[in-house]
Ligand binder design. Structure first.
Ligand code: NAG
Ligand code: NAG
Ligand code: NAG
Ligand code: ZN
Ligand code: ZN
Length: 438
């Protein structure tokens, strides 16, 4: 078996090399980027991305996208599991046994109208791939194609995760609940970034994106005539104070060095100028970069709403919308994987192309995986200033620079294959070496 030969080679390498650290610029992964730029891979990825772009599907409705992925995997000879989490697809490359490493791509689009006029504009009114998930799918397929061609050299199994419903649906949670990622040693993901240069990546160790939750509250008083407020219990004034008090949680209770957000975006109550309504409904979102901070906010939001309503003789009920808008944990990158990522991607693109990312108050459901296993997500640059400036994610003018696709595919492939090589180098190789010495 090729792998045994490879192990022997590595053992020899291990015995005679000055440095015991395996070089990530090993001959086969250094070719990944060139391979991904070949028309056979590049044009194919572009074609897949455009097909998905033309037919955007919302969370858990990615039926055609899922079908397209399965048909491409079949053509590549890659076995898969389906359905997982409704429309999800899980592919397998390698030995079929442990160790396992996973790569994730999200598949869903957004409920918005595309305003970019081009040949491959969304054909579905009111739906658009405005977050680049079409590109994510095509890059993971690109990685699959490259890895499949090197399957015999992979000492373990690479799990391809095509995940539904990232945009607020918590598809990652459903994938985990299916058990498909049991025994996975690490998971990697990426997100395209419109304002970072193509050929560059950004990320960081530790917190990267915020955890977020939503709340809705009904503050009830007693309606009445606006001219005789003493016969009513006014929920509008009560709610006004509730909102002010909520802001004081951030300004007076939490550590100013631990960034947090609490926004009330919904305030509904009353229809007439001269009527005090019975009740007011408010709703909002809260965000923070650690689980403890998110949980603290959640607890205090409920206490402050109920307490401040009571000050004004009103009753309040608070809901955290666990079904409709589930809580997303903070995205926290594993420290060891960060070192590993810098080393692998530094070798692939050049160390000057790997930069530090800023904290984001947006959320990413990749965080669910990171709660279950070591996980790492990074941003893949797409900007080419000599061509155009790209609008931000979720804009109706959103565009993907397809020149970024080979970088994403090659990085995915390198991260997964080198990870398995490294596991084998770290674990059985030591025994192998001792065996040789005995
Ligand atoms: C994970 O490993 C356990 C123990 O070896 C095994 O019973 C289980 O089937 C594995 N799960 C998957 C999804 O491979
Ligand atoms: C608040 O709830 C209590 C207990 O159910 C009830 O007696 C009271 O009338 C309520 N007040 C308002 C303003 O709804
Ligand atoms: C940026 O765009 C120009 C013009 O199309 C192209 O020649 C160049 O290769 C692009 N740069 C990268 C890094 O893709
Ligand atoms: Zn998005
Ligand atoms: Zn996204």
């Amino acid at each position: 078996m090729g792998f045994v030969k490879w192990l022997n080679l590595l053992t020899i390498f291990h015995l005679f090399a000055v440095t015991p650290i395996f070089s990530y610029s090993s001959s086969f992964t250094s070719k990944f980027l060139d391979l991904a730029k070949e028309p056979e891979v590049f044009d194919w990825m572009v074609d897949i991305r455009r097909k998905i772009h033309e037919n955007p599907e919302l969370g858990y409705e990615e039926f055609e996208t899922s079908k397209l992925i399965r048909s491409e995997l079949t053509k590549l000879g890659i076995p898969y599991k389906h359905p997982v989490a409704v429309t999800g697809v899980i592919g397998f490359i390698g030995t079929g046994s442990s160790p396992f490493v996973a790569l994730r791509a999200d598949m869903d689009a957004l409920a918005m109208q595309e305003l970019v006029e081009w040949e491959h504009k969304s054909k579905v009114p009111g739906k658009m791939h405005a977050c680049g998930h079409d590109a994510h799918v095509s890059m993971l397929l690109g990685a699959a194609k490259i890895l499949k061609a090197h399957e015999k050299e992979i000492p373990g199994t690479i799990i391809l995760v095509f995940q539904p419903g990232e945009e607020g649906h918590g598809g990652a949670k459903k994938i985990l609940a299916s058990g498909a990622l049991e025994n996975v040693s690490a998971i990697f993901g990426l997100h395209v970034h419109p304002n970072e240069p193509v050929g560059e990546v950004t990320s960081k160790s530790g917190s990267l994106a915020a955890g977020s939750g939503f709340f809705e509250a009904i503050i009830s008083g007693k309606g009445g005539h606006a001219a005789i407020p003493h016969h009513a219990i006014d929920p509008i004034v009560a709610t006004s104070n509730v909102i002010i008090s909520l802001q004081h949680i951030l300004s007076r209770e939490v550590n100013p060095l631990d960034p947090q957000v609490l926004t009330v975006g919904k305030f509904q109550g009353g229809d007439a100028y001269n009527v005090i309504p019975d009740s007011v409904t408010i709703g909002g979102t809260f965000r923070a970069f650690s689980r403890e901070s998110v949980m603290y906010l959640k607890k205090r939001i409920e206490q402050v709403i109920i307490g401040q309503a009571a000050v004004h003789r009103c009753n309040a009920t608070v809901s955290f919308l666990d079904e409709e808008k589930p809580y997303f944990p903070p995205t926290v990158n594993n420290e060891e994987l960060h070192e590993y990522f810098n080393s692998v991607v530094g070798n692939l693109l050049g160390v000057d192309k790997v930069k530090r990312a800023k904290l984001l108050t947006a959320s990413e459901d990749f965080a669910f995986y990171q709660e279950a296993m070591p996980g790492y997500i990074f941003f893949l640059g797409m900007e080419n200033k000599s061509v155009e400036q790209l609008p931000s994610a979720h804009s109706p003018y959103y565009k993907v620079n397809e020149d970024a696709l080979p970088y994403g595919a090659a990085i995915h492939a390198s991260l997964a294959s080198n990870y398995l090589l490294k596991l084998h180098q770290d674990l059985p190789l030591v025994q192998e070496k001792y065996n040789d010495e005995l």
